[in-house]
Design a binder for this molecule. Structure first.
Ligand code: FES
Ligand code: FES
Length: 169
């Protein structure tokens, strides 16, 4: 470990990682360049578009604004952490089915913002979805399909839970 590049330790998608890097390097760049998790995208690089959104300790953050030093000891979730054992997350399926993903630059950030929203509010109304995704910009879809995707994912999750309850009887 050099004085300029300390080792920063945190977890990403449940895996412990240790990165020797400049402490002010952006979390976005550490994810993409050091950890090769290129699902997180850069749009504006200024905290305005939400493309680089990841979850950090259960909060949504713009990873272009987070120096990696601030991630020391944190739990980070990126879009790569949504699928489990190769099975897409209900939000990912819904984005595919409803046309919520087009060019895809905004999509990982949208997915993370929607994940955050559904984590705190599993049945959001349309105004709540608008508000939950207000920090994420999309130039392709006009937002309607994205909002429909979130509604579909919330409904699918409810359906899954009901199914599981049925099987548990
Ligand atoms: S790239 Fe981070 S908010 Fe736009
Ligand atoms: S799908 Fe292109 S910016 Fe959203």
């Amino acid at each position: 470990m050099s004085a300029d590049c300390p080792t920063i330790r945190f977890t990403v998608n449940g895996q412990d990682v240790a990165v020797e890097t400049l402490p002010m390097k952006r979390l976005l760049d550490v994810l993409r360049e050091d950890l090769h998790l290129t699902g997180t995208k850069e749009g504006c690089g200024e905290g305005e578009c939400g493309s680089c959104s990841v979850r950090m300790n259960g909060e949504l953050v713009n990873s272009c604004l987070v120096p990696v030093l601030q991630a020391e000891g944190a739990c980070i979730q990126t879009v790569e952490g949504l699928a489990i054992n190769g099975e897409l997350h209900p939000l990912q399926k819904a984005f595919l089915q409803c046309g919520g993903a087009q060019c895809g630059i905004c999509t990982p950030g949208m997915l993370m913002a929607a994940t955050q929203l559904l984590a705190i509010n599993p049945h959001p109304s349309l105004p709540e979805i608008r508000e939950g995704l207000a920090g994420n910009l999309c130039r392709c879809t006009g937002f309607t399909r994205i909002f429909e995707s979130v509604i579909a994912a919330a409904a699918a999750e409810t359906h899954n839970l009901l199914d599981q309850a049925d099987h548990a009887r």
